[in-house]
Design a protein around this ligand. Structure first.
Ligand SMILES: NC(=O)C1=CN([C@@H]2O[C@H](COP(=O)(O)OP(=O)(O)OC[C@H]3O[C@@H](n4cnc5c(N)ncnc54)[C@H](OP(=O)(O)O)[C@@H]3O)[C@@H](O)[C@H]2O)C=CC1
Ligand SMILES: O=C(O)CCCC(=O)O
Length: 469
């Protein structure tokens, strides 16, 4: 597929790069390897389109976004299949992601109409003070491979709704879903230059955007390492930034938890997208008195998960994205078992990039899997004795994206949710993400929020106007 710059599909004449199906190793398609030149052309187009797009009424922009939403809904199955083919996640999850991605477009098509300002009482009788919220201008979105649709729409829908224009660099491993969404945006009537998608050499493309003062906002989802690098780069032209980075989510099961709920939700949280989600439960802390029963029931549920090519029926666990990802899971398992952890389910790599969903019990905090994100289908289970201990160990991490607590005691639920140093806390809920709520991390998990009215603030500048008469 070609890339989209200023409403035109371009790049056929450039070097091409394979997009590979991680389930089969087969090439699905090729994409152009764009660089500095294409990055600049995309900004030229987005900058030129900004004046007209931002001058439209919010209702006009909303109508176009709603047409985009309808088209994605119509093509949901086809987009999901494309996503599974390039990313590997089971088709049912891919369909779920297309619906989730589309919910951001629908929600921001509405919310864009409510970009309210403010009047402030003045200090003099002949003055009036107003506050307006205006679009920042051109925004650059850099997105990862794990959610090829939702990470685009969660950024681009609020940006477009308030009048910004966008240049997007999707992950090279999963660009086809992004390009298909852009194609439907054009069909929906998004004007030339308002959405541009550039594929190719990531650092060259993004460096060009970083140096370009016309790009006023950088929004990124991906690793903390790249996020830190981009934060430094954005300082060159003092761009606004949002960073959605790594997580290392603790999932705490208290003694009084409803174990049916805890097991089902822990499986949903941990094994979604084969564990390749930044809000996936990454370390389980279970009250000592119930740990045996929980581990037995959890491991039984995990053994029932079906591994395979996501396009086949009833698959729960698809392949990992690449060799490095599979190797990291292997390394974490080896490290945990060498330090005394016991495998309660799975533990083996199958052929290709498939890895058995794995549970390890008897885990201690010195193991690698308790210190860094596995980003794969491994659930390490540690035990704790007191509530204070669970909170302390959960907070003992540079990451602060999501945390989960299972308890039937409302007092404990409130205490824990207030003491956990995380941007998202799921109480008896392993899958809390929705379009209308703020998603984002504390500490090294990032800066800024996506989703809800918070997500819209990331794309506006506040202007204070003082009128004397
Ligand atoms: N928070 C999250 O949701 C995610 C977290 N991760 C974490 O990161 C680990 C590594 O995954 P990975 O895919 O390598 O994540 P990266 O952070 O490397 O990639 C995310 C995006 O950033 C781009 N990118 C990479 N390097 C640069 C650079 N120097 N300048 C500009 N853009 C860049 C990538 O482009 P391209 O791929 O085209 O090179 C991709 O579009 C995972 O194992 C996981 O721990 C990964 C993905 C999502
Ligand atoms: O950053 C991620 O890993 C994708 C977001 C998943 C979600 O929205 O729940």
């Amino acid at each position: 597929m070609e890339m989209l710059i200023n409403g035109k599909w371009v790049g056929e004449d450039l070097d091409q790069r394979d997009v590979v199906n991680p389930a089969t190793g087969e090439t699905v398609d090729v994409i152009p390897v764009g660089g500095k030149k294409e990055a600049k052309e995309a900004v030229d187009a987005a900058y030129a389109a900004f004046e007209e797009w931002s001058a439209r009424t919010a209702i006009e922009r909303s109508e176009i976004l709603m047409r985009w939403y309808e088209l994605i809904k119509e093509h949901q199955d086809e987009i999901a299949e494309l996503m599974t083919t390039e990313q590997g996640k089971p088709l049912k999850e891919a369909k779920g992601e297309v619906g989730y991605a589309n919910s951001f477009i629908q929600w921001y098509a509405e919310e864009g109409k409510r970009l309210y300002g403010e009047t402030i009482p003045a200090s003099a009788p002949n003055k009036r003070l107003f506050v307006q919220r205006q679009p920042v201008g051109v925004i650059a979105a850099v997105t990862p491979w794990n959610f090829p649709a939702a990470m685009i729409t969660r950024k681009v829908a609020p940006a477009l709704a308030v009048g910004c224009t966008a240049v997007i660099k999707p992950a090279n491993q999963t660009p086809l879903t992004a390009l298909r969404l852009a194609e439907l945006a054009v069909e929906a009537g998004v004007p030339d230059g308002v959405i541009n998608v550039v594929t190719g050499n990531s650092s060259e493309i993004v460096d060009a955007w970083q140096e370009d003062e016309r790009v006023r906002k950088l929004t990124f989802t991906g690793s903390t390492e790249v996020g830190k690098h981009l934060m430094k780069g954005a300082a060159q032209t003092m761009k606004k930034i949002s960073l959605e980075l790594g997580g290392h989510a603790p999932l705490i099961v208290m003694e009084d938890a409803d174990l049916d709920v805890a097991v089902t939700q822990a499986v949903a949280s941990k094994y979604r997208n084969a564990g390749q989600t930044c809000v996936c439960a990454n370390r389980l802390y279970v009250a000592e008195s119930i740990s045996e029963e929980f581990t037995e029931r959890f491991a039984k549920a995990v053994r029932e998960l079906k591994i395979g090519n996501g396009l086949e029926d009833n698959i729960d666990i698809g392949p990992l994205i690449d060799e490095d990802a599979a190797e990291k899971v292997n390394e974490h398992i080896k490290d945990a078992t060498s330090k005394g952890g016991s495998i309660a389910a799975g533990g083996q790599r199958r052929g290709g990039l498939f890895f058995e969903p794995t549970v390890i019990s008897g885990v201690t905090d010195d193991m690698l899997c308790m210190q860094e994100e596995t980003f794969g289908p491994l659930a390490p289970i540690a035990t704790f004795k007191t509530e204070e201990e669970a909170i302390k160990r959960a907070n003992n991490s540079p990451y602060g994206l999501a945390a989960y607590v299972f308890t039937r005691d409302i007092g404990k639920a409130i205490r824990l949710s207030e003491k956990l140093e995380f941007g998202i806390v799921g109480i008896n809920d392993g899958v809390p993400s929705v379009a209308q709520a703020p998603f984002g991390g504390w500490k090294e998990s990032g800066i800024g929020r996506e989703g809800g009215h918070y997500g819209m603030d990331e794309y506006v500048e506040v202007k204070y106007i003082s009128v004397a008469f």
